[in-house]
Design a protein. Structure first.
Length: 562
């Protein structure tokens, strides 16, 4: 075992994760080569900055974590994936386990945690003598001091983010606080409780928020994508919302019968969301489809991941007649959830609605999905039988639909031209409104703010206000609906249906598409049809801990069912 690497890998509760971090992953090997000498690294202002930048690079990949550029939504009832060889299919057919998990991020995020803790312990070693001792560089010196304070706070934010990403997958995980003592044996350390892990992450969020500013204080173009006070508070909002949810309250019990709700947890979640809102720093974008263009200074964004200018995502997800590979195919299950513009539900049993299923619908539908007959890049999508975008053409949509969200319509697949890159929001204001409404409804269901903040989201897409007089259960159903359509393909559905403990009826349900028929006059009729059976077992509410880690942690049992 490489003991030099252990000098900057740190664990406070489990040696297993440290052992994993010594694996042969390429990015970890490069980290070892580049930063083996902590003294040299943290003696330099620029090298410390690079160290933090590397930690940022380990944040979640929203567009390309799975083979074929599959989105996580393709492992939910929101979509299928056209390419059968993609590893995303393991979630759908139930073939994943403790040895083979398409979303095994254990190594990645513990590596990020390690980077953060090392920076927190060593950032005070940075040598600023060149600017400190030169009166002409006084401003530079003061700016550098402030940078270091911000870096320290950003490291707390990133450590919280990486821990939360692990928590929502595996349940309580090792709490890492300091550099590893190579002379100490951690293998007998007991597993922490859910409460202990949540409190640790929340504390990191608070420490970050206390020091970070509302906006990046350096040049906005250079700094956007870096943590701010709003990002730290938004992470705490999501964390506490999850922590109040049935799956987290019932950790270890994967039966779908829920324990009574804990009002104090929901109130904490509501307060955390309101703290973001009360910053008065963010505003909903005027139009929903504006959110998914490469305008990274959109006021709705709280924290984003930016991607360079390339056409890879378009190559994977454009319809096949446009040069794409089909990619993520939205489901009829999702499309049926978009309301009519008058606020009524879409209903296949209503002959008027069924005859024109894409007309007079929630504006978010056309911003999210490409369907038959829609104009795209100067021509009509053709998913009817015999159409250029329909089966049996290779990689054609399974459901009759293609993804619209996040696609840059100006991209030329053949030349790669027209790409402006992509911005994927990791936190945006609409999510915070939804967090606030959900948490309020669970402990104070008569609070008028529930409707106020839901209506703000609905008004943007020309939907009527929430009906008055709803029961708590009816409002809960409406909030769940709003989260699904507002946040579609932004990596919420996969986790939401788990934390609500309804995954058997959602992730385990058959995925539907649309059957299209065309008469002699060229008119189309549509009807729903099952296209894919899914597998969901109760054990799948939590990921299995990697088996290699369970073998090293003597007092840790594998998550239930695995």
């Amino acid at each position: 075992m490489n003991t030099k690497f252990f000098r900057y890998v740190f664990v406070s509760m489990a040696v297993g994760s440290a052992f994993t971090l010594c694996s042969c992953n390429d990015f970890l090997d490069r980290e070892e080569d580049s930063f083996i000498d902590k003294t040299a690294t943290f003696d330099s202002y620029n090298r410390t900055k690079q160290y933090l930048t590397y930690a940022y690079s380990l944040l979640p990949e929203g567009l390309n974590r799975f083979s074929g550029d599959a989105l996580l939504g393709a492992a939910t009832d929101d979509a299928c994936f056209a390419i059968e060889s993609s590893n995303i299919q393991q979630f759908n057919n139930g073939s994943w386990n403790a040895l083979s998990n398409p979303d095994n991020v254990w190594d990645r995020y513990f590596a990020g945690i390690a980077k953060c803790c090392t920076l927190l312990e060593n950032s005070n070693h940075i040598n600023l003598d060149i600017s400190r001792l030169d009166p002409a560089k006084r401003v530079e010196y003061e700016n550098n001091l402030k940078d270091i304070r911000m870096w320290h706070a950003e490291a707390h934010f990133l450590r919280a983010y990486f821990n939360f990403e692990l928590l929502k997958r595996y349940g309580p995980i090792p709490i890492i606080k300091s550099t590893l003592d190579i002379n100490k044996n951690y293998s007998d350390t007991p597993r922490p409780t859910m409460k202990e892990v949540v409190e640790f992450i929340a504390n990191d969020c608070d420490m970050a928020a206390d020091s970070l500013e509302l906006t990046p204080w350096r040049n906005m173009n250079d700094a956007f994508g870096r943590a701010t006070k709003g990002a730290a508070l938004a992470l705490k909002s999501r964390l506490l919302l999850y922590a109040a949810s049935p799956l987290y309250v019932d950790f270890g019990d994967i039966d779908e019968a829920n324990k009574p709700s804990d009002a104090t947890l929901w109130k904490a979640a509501a307060d955390a969301a309101k703290a973001v809102i009360d910053l008065n720093q963010y505003a909903l974008a005027p139009a929903y489809d504006d959110l998914f263009k490469n305008d990274f200074q959109n006021k709705e964004y709280i924290f984003v991941r930016r991607y360079p200018s390339n056409s890879d995502f378009e190559k994977s997800n454009f319809p096949i007649s446009y040069g794409g590979k089909g990619g993520t195919n939205p489901s009829q299950n999702l499309i049926d959830d978009y309301e009519m513009l008058d606020g009524t539900a879409f209903d296949w049993n209503d002959p008027v609605k069924a005859a024109h299923p894409f007309e007079n619908r929630d504006e978010r539908l056309l911003a999210t999905v490409l369907m038959n007959g829609v104009l795209f890049k100067g021509k009509r999508i053709a998913t009817y039988p015999g159409g250029a975008d329909a089966m049996p053409n290779p990689n054609a949509t399974k459901t009759g639909y293609y993804l619209r969200k996040f696609l840059n319509e100006n991209v030329n697949i053949q030349t790669g031209g027209g790409s402006d890159g992509h911005v994927v929001p990791l936190f945006r204001l609409a999510e915070i409104y939804l967090n606030y409404a959900e948490a309020l409804n669970e402990y104070d269901p008569t609070n008028p703010d529930i409707a106020v903040y839901l209506n703000k989201i609905r008004e943007r897409v020309s939907l009527p206000d929430v009906p008055s007089g709803l029961t708590q259960e009816q409002m809960r159903t409406l909030i769940h609906h709003e989260r699904r359509v507002e946040l579609a393909f932004e990596e919420h559905r996969f986790w939401d249906v788990r934390r609500w403990k309804v995954a058997s009826s959602t992730l385990g349900a058959p995925v539907k598409g649309v059957k299209i028929t065309q008469d002699d006059a060229g008119n189309f009729t549509y009807s729903p049809v099952q296209v894919e059976q899914r597998v969901f077992q109760p054990k799948m509410y939590w990921y299995p801990i990697p088996q290699s880690e369970v073998l090293k942690l003597h007092h840790w049992e594998q998550n239930k069912g695995w």
